[in-house]
Structures are given as C-alpha cells and as structure tokens.
Design a protein around this ligand. Structure first.
Ligand code: ZN
Length: 246
C-alpha cells in the first residue's frame, strides 16, 4: 500500500516546523434566541472535541465562585445590570487560558456586540491568534416568532414544556405527562418576544457584519431539522471556506 507522507494517521502536515504549535481552532456561534444556537454549540463541541464555552455558564459560575473577577461580575448581576465588556472579556480570556482549551473552543453567547468582538479579536491578536470562523445559524424572524411564542409550561413539579406549533399537547391546555394545567409565562407571550428580538437582533447583525467584513462568516440555514443543521455546520467547518450570506 502506497501512501503519501501525510498519510501516517496523524492528520495532515500543518507546518514544516515541527516545534510550531497547531493554531487553536476558535469558533464563534451566532444565532438569535430560538435559532438553536446553544444546542448546536454543544453538538459541534462534542463532534470536534473542543470545550463549549457558554457565556451564560461563565456568569452562573461567577455567581458561585469567590474570585476577584467573579465578585466583580456579581456586583453588576446582583443589580440586574449588564456586566461591562471589559469584565466579560477578562472572564472569556481566563476561560480560554484553561488547559481544556489548548486545542480551541466553541464560544456561545459571546461576543454579543461589535465592541466585544473587537475586544476578543485584540485579545487573540496579542497571542498571534484569531477567530477561525463565525458560524451563524440563520433563522428568519417569522420563524423565530413562531418558535418562541406559543410556549406553554406545565404547572407540575417538572415544568414540562410544550409549544403550540412545534410540540402541541394532546389535549389543549393539559400536560401530556402529568395532567397538570399548562400556563404561558409573561416572557413567552408574543408581544414580549417581539420586544426582546427588537432589542437583541440589531447588535447580533452588527457582530455578523463585523466578521463578514473580515471574511470569517459562515452562514448556515437554521430552519432544517437539528441533525441537518449540525451536519451543515460540520461540513462548513471542514470545507473551511467562509460563505457570506445574510
Ligand atoms: Zn407536566
């Protein structure tokens, strides 16, 4: 059997200098609420063997931990205020410095604004690194509204979740599993959701534009079934060619 020198089972030869470390693969997941970003980030992280770094988890961990940075973040969170970018960026930097992220990471929920994106780019550039690609799960606003409104939660202890469109209960208003009444939270009512999207989408589009200009954006249609979105994401990553669509 004749094989090329790179066919030694150790993957492609990335560099002529054997001492030069393989660059980290840092992917950013971007998507509106309801686009399935968190789920996909987890699946992609598993498939690529990289840690899934969700900013929400970092904030929750900061609330528990007793470290200077966490205490600082906590002061804002306890007031219900947004954690300032410099604190958030330092938390992400700390997380990226941990041993499990030596091969890279999947960032989920960060950067949320162009200011954060630029801060991240700067942070990475200081170590001669950069974002590998930005994976945007594209879902139309009509579809987002359809997915996010019509969410009903049961009043039983388990709080089972139903959705008028995507997962309707067999008997309207009643939980399939424990028979308790379903109720709609104020947060899940269409008016509230529209307001939330109007507030969250513009900064997300700015982040998308920022990385589009840098040639790093990969847009993946997000209205197909979960497994197909995952497959499309993985295909885009392995092709490595950014596709700028919006
Ligand atoms: Zn239930």
């Amino acid at each position: 059997m004749t094989r090329g020198r790179s066919g030694n089972g150790k993957g492609p030869v990335a560099s002529l200098d054997p001492n030069r470390p393989t660059p980290r693969r840092i992917y950013i997941m971007v998507g509106a609420p309801g686009a399935g970003k968190g789920t996909q980030a987890q699946l992609i992280a598993q498939a690529l063997g990289l840690p899934h770094i969700a900013s929400g988890d970092l904030f929750r961990a900061a609330l528990q931990a007793d470290e200077a940075l966490g205490r600082e973040a906590r002061r804002y969170m306890e007031k219900g205020a947004l954690v300032p970018d410099d604190v958030t960026v330092r938390m992400i930097a700390d997380r990226l410095a941990q041993p499990d992220a030596t091969a890279g990471a999947i960032l989920d929920g960060f950067p949320r604004t162009v200011a954060q994106a630029i801060a991240l780019d700067t942070l990475l550039a200081r170590r001669s690194e950069r974002v590998s690609a930005v994976l945007y799960i594209a879902v139309s606003e009509t579809e987002l509204m359809r997915r996010l409104s019509g969410r009903w939660v049961c009043t039983g202890r388990q709080q089972h979740v139903f959705n008028e469109m995507l997962r309707p209960p067999k008997v309207p208003g009643i939980c399939d599993i424990d028979g308790t009444k379903l109720q709609q939270r104020p947060d899940d009512q269409p008016k509230t959701i529209r307001a939330r999207l109007d507030k969250q989408l513009p900064p997300m589009y700015e982040v998308i534009d920022h990385y589009n200009e840098l040639g790093l954006l990969m847009a993946i249609p997000g209205e197909q079934p979960v497994e197909e979105v995952t497959a499309a994401l993985l295909a885009s990553i392995s092709r490595g060619t950014p596709v700028a669509v919006r």
